[in-house]
Design a protein around this ligand. Structure first.
Ligand code: GAL
Length: 657
């Protein structure tokens, strides 16, 4: 099977989305000249080229793309070729209105922007397949081609009739009979019982709260329907070019796709990352997405898109200060990326994204951003021989699951303040600050290689997942589980006792009486620290150790944190410093390898293969004690016992023999 190595070929990929159809051909020559100057070795073509290739139904205009593929190849640059199926041309909606998706209110999502396709429309799928077929036949053996990029950020929802029909088919395949569906959805509640398949619709706008299992199944169905679109195109390109790997670019921690499942069907896992430069936690955000994507890839992965400067989709769009683009790019490499690419090569002069940065901004080759891009290109080329293909290993895993996240997002839950990704982020942040390398895993994955497994919050756990956690602890692993976990089964049915009985037993909880969610400004005193967001009224079993207890308030004296041997339960979210200290303590007990000593706050240390990356996330210079002799691969400088990092500085250190 083709893999990322077949694309990178020993290099770190560097380049970006290239949209030459927006420019006259003379600009193309200038583009390749500047690409070479910047060390670009890869461009992504075709992402939004549908209307250019097929200006009217069935037409094919490939000449311009032929010329481009040859031009780019002739200049020694590889092509990531996209199937342009994310954005159908206006003729499609005009001729075939059923290809347009509908929102929850039944309103049509019109053309005039992008991604206006009804994923389950046979007409859309037929046109997409025909175009993919011709594209793959034409370029499948072109020497420029290094990777297929299917569609772009699959993210559409559709509540329309095409989706309704496909949803029913999906439900029939899942449940077989209406009786089983009625049971799973709990339709005895509010007179929702279905008597015929045609009565079932997507969860459209309704009078009051909707059936949560119907909503959950609709999210599962949507992810599956989009995956079908992906697989259909993947199979076509595979037929024409079995030697070329295939990817589709994920959005970071996006709720619409079960990325664990999708990643199984990709040769290369890639993601688009846009941390806000003003966010003091941009570095951690970038690290977390890197860790998640690496875990999905089970090895090296790609940043398919990031911004060299500002984006234009936030309220206020800030540029990246000098050095930040380099820092975040090298951070992704440190966390296993074998390429950092951008949206987009040349900033557009027209269209909705004309104020989104490019590697080559409106300031052109004299601009600061381009100067920094050039430096980064040179540095990546320098690092590639020692870095490409090497691995990051972690002894800790954080569990994350889309099913649980979806179930959590529903109306009528205990607290609308409970935001699944925010809780995951808080736990990851604690490890990031402690410089403890972390993978992500699905609750049903084999966890045996980890010394420590963390479950920040998984509201829904299948029986298989519960078995897996129990087996992990029985096999010698250490487990820390956050609040409101294991509450629901696969159908979002609350488990007897409010939490899986075997899990309660594992942690030493005899009764879970009530959940006590907290308001934004509320904190609960837990003795040595404060808890936020959540608290629970629990009774501990006799042999459980109460590690911290609530003080004052309704829960006075009841356990906040408890453990039974190597299984810990946190019924609240400790404030950041406390969470960091607690997880550091548990990691130490579990025998997790400690980070290098004496790192100043804000300096991140990551090992990749034999190399140590040091990354300064601060604007102030930092000094890092590091006993021994090293060589910095970025500068070639010899380092002894101490490393100096400037503002946003990075060192990539190889131990000197
Ligand atoms: C991504 C998308 C790109 C571009 C970029 C802007 O979501 O794939 O086409 O729109 O955002 O940040």
């Amino acid at each position: 099977m083709p893999a990322l190595d077949d694309t990178t070929r020993g290099r770190l990929l560097f380049g970006g989305d290239y949209n030459p159809e927006q420019w006259p051909e003379e600009v193309w020559l200038d583009d390749v000249r500047l690409m070479k100057k910047a060390g670009v070795n890869s461009v992504t073509l075709g992402v939004f080229s549908w209307a250019r290739i097929e200006p009217r139904p069935g037409a094919r205009e490939f000449d311009w793309l032929d010329r481009l593929m040859d031009l780019i190849h002739g200049n020694g640059i590889g092509v990531v070729l996209a199937t342009p199926t994310a954005s159908p041309p206006p003729w499609m909606g005009t001729l075939h209105p059923e290809t347009l998706p509908r929102d929850e209110d039944g309103r049509i999502v019109w053309w005039g922007s992008r991604q206006q396709f009804a994923h389950s429309s046979p007409v859309y799928r037929r046109y997409a397949a025909a175009l993919t077929e011709d594209l793959a036949a034409r370029y499948g053996s072109h020497p420029a081609l290094t990777l297929w990029h299917i569609n772009n950020e699959y993210c559409t929802y559709d509540w329309g009739d095409e989706a309704a029909r496909a949803f029913r088919g999906w439900l029939r395949a899942k449940y077989g009979t209406l009786e089983v569906l009625n049971e799973a959805w709990g339709t005895a509640f509010w007179s929702q019982r279905y008597d015929a398949w045609d009565e079932i619709i997507p969860p459209r706008r309704a009078q009051y709260m909707r059936n949560p299992t119907q909503v959950l199944d609709f999210k599962r169905f949507t992810s599956d329907a989009l995956l079908e679109c992906y697989l259909a195109e993947r199979d076509i390109v595979n037929r024409h070019s079995p030697h070329i790997p295939v990817t589709t670019n994920f959005m970071p921690l996006w709720s619409g796709q079960d990325a664990w499942q999708w990643a199984e069907h990709e040769d290369v896992v890639s993601v688009d990352i846009y941390p806000d430069p003003r966010d003091p936690w941009a570095g951690q955000d970038n690290a977390m997405i890197g860790d998640l994507t690496r875990s999905q890839a089970r090895g090296p992965w790609l940043v398919m898109e990031q911004a060299a400067g500002p984006v234009n989709f936030r309220g206020v769009n800030h540029p990246k200060p000098r050095g930040l683009n380099r820092l975040l790019s090298l951070q992704s490499v440190a966390r296993g990326a074998d390429g950092v690419c951008f949206f987009q090569w040349r900033a557009s002069r027209q269209g909705a994204e004309k104020f989104h940065s490019g590697m080559l901004g409106h300031a052109g080759e004299e601009g600061r951003v381009f100067a920094e891009v050039k430096e980064l290109g040179a540095e990546l080329a320098r690092l590639a021989p020692a870095v490409a293909g090497t691995r990051v290993t972690a002894e800790v895993a954080i569990l994350h699951d889309w099913d649980s996240w979806w179930a959590d997002q529903q109306e009528g839950r205990v607290s609308a303040r409970l935001d699944h990704p925010e809780v995951v982020r808080a736990w990851h942040r604690a490890l990031w600050e402690a410089n403890t390398p972390t993978d992500f895993a699905h609750p049903e994955h084999d966890l045996s290689r980890y010394r420590l497994v963390l479950v920040p919050h998984l509201y829904l756990l299948t029986d298989t997942a519960v078995d897996n956690l129990l087996a992990y602890v029985a096999g010698g692993g250490t487990l820390v589980c956050g609040f409101h976990t294991g509450v629901a089964d696969h159908d979002d049915r609350v488990r007897p006792g409010g939490m899986d009985a075997r899990l309660r037993d594992l942690f030493g909880i005899s009764v879970l009486h009530e959940w006590w969610p907290l308001e934004a400004e509320e904190r609960v005193d837990c003795g040595a620290f404060y808890g936020t967001l959540w608290s629970e009224e629990l009774t501990a079993a006799d042999d459980a150790e109460v590690v911290a207890a609530y003080r004052g308030g309704e829960l006075d004296g009841l356990p906040a944190l408890l453990r039974r041997d190597r299984a810990w339960y946190f019924s609240t979210l400790p404030e950041p410093a406390a969470l960091r200290a607690l997880l550091t303590r548990v990691a130490h007990e579990a025998g997790v390898r400690p980070p290098p000593h004496g790192l100043p706050l804000g300096v991140e240390a990551v090992r990749r293969g034999e190399l140590l990356f040091l990354l300064n996330h601060g604007r102030d210079a930092a000094t890092v004690p590091l006993p021994g002799h090293y060589r910095d691969l970025l500068t070639g400088a010899a380092i002894q016992d101490v490393v100096s990092l400037g503002r946003y500085g990075v060192a990539v250190l190889e131990q000197a023999s």
